[in-house]
Ligand binder design. Structure first.
Ligand SMILES: Nc1ncnc2c1ncn2[C@@H]1O[C@H](COP(=O)(O)OP(=O)(O)OP(=O)(O)O)[C@@H](O)[C@H]1O
Ligand SMILES: [Mg+2]
Length: 423
């Protein structure tokens, strides 16, 4: 369309005035804009002042010859794509190989055959036009691709922050339990300790003034203050504090393992540790209605980006919990089954993690869409539809695979394969 409106622009370079005249007339009559120059120096200047759509270039000219003009143009980025057709007299020795090597796209011979010259120019102009269009489209595609990648990495970041938000809430709740446990136990412990201190004082008095009556009083004091029960309570309160403190330290350790903020490089990790820490952080979300069954095999450690792999487990386990939550008729205890193992596929060894749930399941007709970005069946505000697409790109970044299966019981099973024996 545009090319119809804007006449195409031809530069003719020839040191023979008669030839220049013929070519000038020929292409002007055919509707092109034509400039004609008699030597190589002027040709380069003409190209600088306005870039032509095609150049017809004589080979044998005084001063700079056609090959040299062609070479110089091909060495400059902004002129490289201009198609150059060499003109050579049949009587001259013409090195075709040299012509193509220096960057020419074609040649015509003198005396000029009008129809042939016109046809060749037309063809190369069309080719050039298509090429420019393709290049332009390519640039647009590259730009779009770059923008898409930037958008994707921002989304991954957003998703990470969102799951961290969910996590912090869960962790805060999780920590609250054992800490309250510890706190109330220490209150009980304090009253017991006060009693034992008073008992110690009474015992000191008894040893300084020992007589039967004081001994009787001492025994009476012990009985009146439930010595035996207090002793038992003392032991159990200490045990409670130990349990609470252990649990607190487990949660803190899991959080550290999960976020792995200090680990941006690949690390050799134990996948079970990764799964366990993720499960622990999600505990509060599922503990009331889901049982987690683990069947861990003896698998070697895996080289990976730990925080990213944790994000994969977090997304898949969260989906499993949500799929069970969405069930109308829940069984008394629903199940998430985590099984690990190692498998060989196409001569490659993989660690495999299968996470199966007894949730609502995935209908057959959407099975091939669930890994697409923004595909979600959840209510607005509940799901963005990025979890699985992020899992897929993380797993593929590790040269692994992620697969999904519908289970006979109606639930879903994800299988994550991560290569073993990689650096
Ligand atoms: N375990 C599962 N059981 C049933 N359906 C699932 C399960 N896992 C994924 N899906 C389906 O795949 C869809 C896409 O999952 P994905 O994790 O990518 O997004 P989402 O969970 O909807 O939202 P987001 O994870 O971004 O909060 C879900 O909306 C759901 O329909
Ligand atoms: Mg999800």
């Amino acid at each position: 369309m545009n090319t119809e409106e804007k006449k195409e622009n031809i530069l003719v370079v020839d040191d023979t005035p008669a030839n220049l005249q013929i070519l000038l007339r020929l292409f002007r009559d055919a509707g092109y804009r034509v400039r004609a120059v008699p030597d190589g120096e002027k040709a380069l200047k003409a190209v600088e002042s306005e870039v032509p759509d095609i150049i017809l270039l004589d080979i044998n000219m005084p001063g700079m010859d056609g090959y040299e003009v062609c070479r110089q143009l091909k060495n400059r980025d902004q002129f490289r794509s201009i198609p150059i057709i060499f003109i050579s007299a049949l009587s001259e020795t013409f090195d075709k190989v040299k012509a193509f090597e220096s960057g020419g796209v074609d040649y015509i011979t003198k005396p000029i055959q009008i129809e042939e010259a016109r046809a060749r120019v037309k063809t190369h102009l069309a080719l050039h036009r298509y090429q420019s269009q393709i290049e332009e489209k390519n640039q647009q595609l590259n730009k779009a691709m770059k923008e898409l990648k930037e958008a994707q990495s921002q989304l991954v970041q957003t998703e990470k922050m969102a799951s961290l938000g969910v996590l912090t809430a869960g962790v805060a709740h999780e920590l609250n339990n054992p800490i309250t446990y510890i706190y109330t136990s220490t209150l009980g412990l304090k009253s017991n300790v006060d009693f034992f201190i008073s008992l110690q004082e009474k015992f000191n008095e008894l040893t300084t003034q020992y007589n039967k009556k004081n001994l009787e009083n001492f025994r009476q004091y012990m009985n009146d203050h439930d010595y035996q029960e207090r002793l038992e309570e003392f032991h159990s309160l200490v045990a409670n504090i130990i349990t609470g403190a252990k649990r607190t330290s487990e949660i803190v350790k899991s959080l550290r393992l999960f976020t792995r903020l200090d680990e941006d490089d690949k690390k050799i990790i134990d996948l079970h540790e990764s799964i366990d820490s993720t499960l622990l952080l999600l505990y509060n979300k599922y503990k009331d209605f889901i049982e987690v069954e683990k069947a861990y095999a003896n698998i070697p450690p895996v080289s990976c980006y730990p925080a990213k792999i944790n994000q994969v487990f977090m997304n898949i386990l969260s989906n499993a919990i949500e799929a069970i939550e969405l069930k109308d008729q829940k069984r008394k205890r629903e199940l998430i089954h985590v099984q690990t193992g190692s498998v060989k596929e196409n001569q490659n060894d993989y660690a495999s993690v299968k996470i199966a749930d007894t949730g609502i399941g995935i209908p057959e007709n959407i099975l091939d869409k669930i890994f697409d970005p923004f595909f979600t069946t959840k209510e607005i505000g509940k799901g963005v539809g990025l979890g699985l697409s992020i899992c897929k790109s993380i797993v593929e970044e590790h040269n692994g695979k992620i697969m999904v299966d519908r289970k006979k019981n109606g639930g879903t099973c994800f299988n994550i394969l991560l290569p073993l024996n990689t650096d």
